[in-house]
Design a binder for this molecule. Structure first.
Ligand SMILES: NC(=O)c1ccc[n+]([C@@H]2O[C@H](COP(=O)([O-])OP(=O)(O)OC[C@H]3O[C@@H](n4cnc5c(N)ncnc54)[C@H](O)[C@@H]3O)[C@@H](O)[C@H]2O)c1
Length: 685
């Protein structure tokens, strides 16, 4: 059966798509829409047309499986032009999510009716492209430049209240009666000769034609967020074309920009990021029908930085949490911070007061371990010391009901060793959240040697429920993310002792697209993490800085000097400390150029990623990418370290690693997997 069919309701021809799951605009659907319009034109008894969809949504976008394949006509722009040119009124009936090509089809129609729960948007920018079927030309003509720009440039969908207020939707109708209402609407406009064709409209763009400052204002406000990304800039350029050029030329410009983006590295990287995230959710070697544990109540040990943030994830998802501390004061402090965080969110309008109270009502603070006995999942977030973790897990084993998951939020410690001090290692797993745990998307799910399939599958499902991007890691020091980070940190520390300035290293990495460099990161976290004033021996730059009271942003100085607004500037004092270290070593400082900084920071990371793969610590190269994009701010437009390495070329990476081998010494040994792939001309992804 065809995915598009038609039927008549009086004078109205209804064109219905039924292409589950999301009525994607694949070739068959496009051909069906075209045939439907042709049928309407050739049948004199038809006076108006409705385009609607069966199933859960109106067309939710292009068919991404057609990406990169040779195009088969009719193209979407062609179909939309035909809809718009139709001499009989065309009404789009929208439910679900009319995204991307879906909204472009709706914009091609002369009228749009929708149900209140519908959402519309142009999310193409998230895949590094732009709406390539007239969206950038028609949307501003329908809603004006000021409303169209954020929709196209950020890709965020809008709801129907907004859509109606900006004139994107002509009528909102009852949830249950879209079909009937759309047909009634179509009947009401039968005979209209002066049809509102989006592409021909000028009423909403004439202000921007007269005064293009709307563009510069938008860039001023949003330019920083677009840093490094090509697609948002191209989106703005395309909308400018809508204002400056007639439709046909504007469409040509849109196509040119689209073609350039779609064949570029950034869109390939962003598409990779999209599919990588989906792939990460799959654990290849456990059966699909693995039974899951129903997590009705969560226990958390430690209400410190991590414990509090972790608790918020569950509270926000409506899952009750009991949080345990050693002392009343720490407990009160932790609970107070949770409340404050929620209240701040409410102040920013992202939560209602009722939602804050609802979340807080699900939280039970306690000092009694026994109160965790009936939890289905307990997550430990106490100090990072093996002796303490072992003690905690021993006690949990004795207290918590059988069949519950016992998880550790450890950053580095051996999960198998922790599991071994319980009588049920199969129930033990690592759930490594990132700080701030209520915000950061990444969750490393650390699979111990004995972790059961059920415990792993439940953890993956739960991660999804609380809005995390989960990646499975094997047990190794620092798991996937921190293990790779350590290699970069090592080189950064080493390079400052060879003559590079900390701020130059930070600059090179932020220019690459990372949110901050190693020294900015150290200052933010505090240089005294793990530093013991009793045992300090002035043996590293960091120790000396701590001894001098330069402990990071919180003390107003660390590697950098900070002003009241916490803006850092290079510190002559730090420079002197480093220079003294170099002098003591007897080596001559040398100029290290930006390229060497980049290669020595990033190539060892790729190399470590390859080792993680060859040891089976990550399931796939793209998982390493997901970890770094979601946990450390690696720029998604380069696709993560492994995808980036593919685009640089593994031969080039290998040659770089070999070139710097004398500087790396023992800290970087080349991964056999990387070497093999480079020599064979292969890629990781
Ligand atoms: N801070 C981070 O950025 C980060 C990120 C990921 C993972 N982690 C890991 O999370 C864990 C906790 O780190 P944190 O930064 O939240 O530390 P923190 O010092 O802020 O909090 C630890 C809390 O645990 C409490 N505690 C200690 N022993 C306890 C016990 N036996 N019972 C109940 N409570 C106890 C302490 O009173 C303290 O409030 C560590 O394993 C750490 O490696 C930290």
């Amino acid at each position: 059966m065809s995915v598009v069919s038609t039927y008549k309701d009086g004078e109205v021809l209804v064109i219905v798509s039924d292409n589950p799951p999301v009525n994607a605009l694949g070739q068959a659907v496009r051909a069906g829409l075209k045939a439907g319009i042709e049928e309407a034109l050739s049948d004199d008894s038809v006076k108006a047309v409705v385009i609607r969809c069966e199933g859960r949504t109106f067309h939710a976008g292009a068919d991404i499986t057609e990406f990169g394949k040779p195009p088969v006509g009719p193209s979407l722009p062609e179909v939309i032009e035909q809809i718009e040119a139709c001499s009989k009124p065309v009404v789009a009936a929208i439910h679900g999510t009319a995204l991307g090509g879906g909204l472009e089809v709706a914009l091609g129609a002369h009228y749009r009716v929708a149900v209140p729960s519908a959402k519309v948007g142009l999310p193409e920018v998230n895949l590094g492209i732009l709406p390539g079927a007239g969206g950038t030309q028609r949307l501003p003509r329908v809603v004006g430049v000021a409303e169209a720009l954020p929709m196209i440039v950020t890709g965020k969908p809008i709801n129907m209240k907004k859509a109606e207020s900006i004139g994107l939707v002509d009528k909102i109708v009852d949830e249950g009666s879209l079909e009937a209402e759309a047909i009634a609407f179509a009947k009401s406009v039968v005979g209209t000769t002066d049809l509102p064709r989006s592409g021909q409209r000028t009423d909403k763009i004439k202000d921007a034609v007269a005064d293009p400052s709307v563009f510069s204002n938008f860039m001023e406000k949003n330019g920083r967020k677009m840093r490094g990304y090509e697609a948002p800039i191209a989106c703005v350029e395309a909308v400018k074309a809508a204002v400056e050029l007639p439709l046909e030329e504007g469409l040509k410009k849109e196509r040119e920009l689209f073609m350039k983006l779609v064949s570029g590295t950034q869109s390939a990287a962003l598409r990779h990021a999209f599919f990588a995230e989906r792939a990460a959710a799959k654990v290849d070697d456990i059966p699909k029908d693995t039974p899951l544990i129903d997590i009705k109540k969560v226990g958390i040990l430690g209400a410190g930085t991590m414990g509090g943030g972790i608790a918020m994830n569950f509270l926000s998802a409506g899952i009750p949490v009991t949080i345990l501390e050693r002392e009343e004061a720490a407990l009160e402090r932790g609970v107070g911070i949770i409340r404050k965080n929620y209240e701040n969110t409410a102040k920013r309008g992202r939560m209602t007061e009722e939602q804050v109270e609802k979340a807080m009502s699900l939280l039970t603070p306690t000092l009694e371990l026994n109160d965790l006995a009936d939890c289905d999942l307990v997550i430990e977030a106490v100090f990072e010391l093996m002796s303490i973790k072992k003690d905690v897990f021993g006690n949990l084993d004795k207290t918590v009901k059988k069949g519950a998951i016992l998880a550790s939020n450890t950053s580095y410690l051996n999960v198998d060793e922790i599991a071994a001090c319980t009588s049920r290692p199969e129930d033990v797993i690592g759930l490594h959240f990132f700080s701030p745990a209520n915000i950061m998307k990444l969750l490393e799910v650390v699979r111990g040697e004995k972790t059961s399939d059920t415990v792993l599958a439940t953890s993956m499902a739960l991660a999804k429920k609380i809005g995390k991007v989960a990646v499975v890691s094997g047990v190794c020091h620092g798991f996937i993310g921190n293990r790779i980070l350590a290699k970069r940190q090592e080189q950064a520390q080493q390079m400052i002792l060879e003559g590079a300035k900390p701020w130059d290293i930070d600059r090179v990495l932020t220019e690459f697209g990372l949110p901050m460099g190693p020294f900015q990161m150290a200052d933010l976290a505090g240089l005294d993490i793990g530093w013991d004033p009793e045992k300090t021996s002035s043996s590293t730059v960091r120790e000396v800085l701590c001894e001098m009271g330069r402990r990071g942003q919180k003390t107003g100085k660390g590697f950098y000097d900070y002003d009241e607004a916490r803006r850092g500037s290079p510190s002559p004092e730090t420079e002197k400390v480093i220079a003294d270290f170099i002098a003591k070593s007897g080596k001559e400082p040398r100029q290290i150029d930006d390229q060497e900084i980049l290669e020595r920071c990033l190539y060892p990371m790729v190399n470590e990623g390859a080792k993680i793969l060859e040891e089976g610590m990550a399931q796939r190269a793209s998982d390493v990418d997901v970890v770094w994009m979601n946990g450390y701010g690696w720029p998604p437009y380069t696709g993560g370290p492994m995808f980036w390495a593919d685009t640089v070329g593994l031969k080039e990476i290998l040659a770089g690693l070999e070139k710097h081998q004398d500087k790396f010494g023992d800290s970087v040994t080349i991964s056999p997997l990387l070497r093999e792939k480079a020599e064979k001309g292969e890629t990781f992804n």
